[in-house]
Design a protein around this ligand. Structure first.
Ligand code: HEC
Length: 219
């Protein structure tokens, strides 16, 4: 039957205590568990690292993620040495390739539904560039006749959008006016001619219309 004496003996405090002490000792002697300080300090380290990244961006400036527009980039280049510094200025043909070619095409003959030709265009090879400089700076919209054909599209304000300097616009103009491959052989112009053409109208927001341009002097 049930041995009451033995049970009572088993639950005597000193016996239980002995057992516990014995078990603890054997545990330590057996499999060496991971010391408690290891996971604790690891979590503290990870936590501190995350905090430092969250608040200090790991030493990377938050600006690195800011979206830059062409305009801001160009301003940065100009403010940090610009054309006189380590950044080489683009030539007229390079500027054309970047800012005009995608629409008017490298061959200069334009493309249906996108942009009219610059080769032989009266707007390009006119005696003066008063209208041409304005087209490049502010864009042009609506019906415009080029070499006897009417186009009714819209050109963005390239000069404004890309923050082209008067010098760059002059380089572009000389490139398209004297491009022999296109059959253009108009006179070369100076940066000052561009500055004069844009005097008083730089702040304008709207693209030009053919009617407005025709009302302006050619030179
Ligand atoms: C996004 C396309 C696009 C870009 C980029 C562009 N143009 Fe145009 N351009 C046009 C369109 C479209 C027209 C005709 C607009 C209309 O129908 O009123 C035009 C018209 C012109 C005209 C007058 C018409 C003609 O064919 O002679 C000139 C000059 C001109 N662009 C020069 C330039 C130059 C120089 C650049 C580069 C700085 C340039 N364009 C960049 C689309 C573009």
């Amino acid at each position: 039957m049930f041995d009451l004496g033995a049970s009572i003996h088993e639950f005597q405090p000193e016996v239980v205590k002995n057992r516990v002490v014995k078990e603890e000792t054997s545990n330590r002697e057996g499999t060496q568990g991971v010391p408690v300080w290891f996971p604790v300090s690891l979590s503290v380290l990870v936590f501190v690292a995350l905090l430092s990244f969250a608040y200090g961006s790991g030493g990377v400036s938050g600006d690195a993620y800011a979206p830059y527009t062409t305009k801001e980039l160009r301003k940065f280049v100009r403010d940090h040495g610009g054309h006189g510094g380590c950044i080489l200025p683009l030539s007229g043909s390079q500027l054309y390739g970047v800012y005009c070619g995608p629409c008017h095409q490298d061959h200069g003959f334009g493309i249906e539904g996108v942009a009219p030709p610059l080769a032989n265009s009266e707007w390009v090879v006119d005696v003066g560039i008063n209208r041409l400089a304005k087209i490049i700076y502010h864009g042009v919209k609506g019906p415009i006749e080029v070499l006897g054909k009417e186009w009714s599209l819209s050109m963005p304000p390239m000069g404004k959008v890309a923050d082209l300097s008067d010098e760059e616009i002059a380089l572009l103009i000389n490139y398209i006016r004297t491009n022999e491959d296109w059959g253009n052989s108009a006179s070369r112009i100076e940066t000052l001619d561009v500055t004069r053409a844009l005097e008083g109208v730089r702040g304008r927001d709207l693209p030009w219309t053919e009617e407005e341009l025709k009302a302006l002097p050619i030179q």
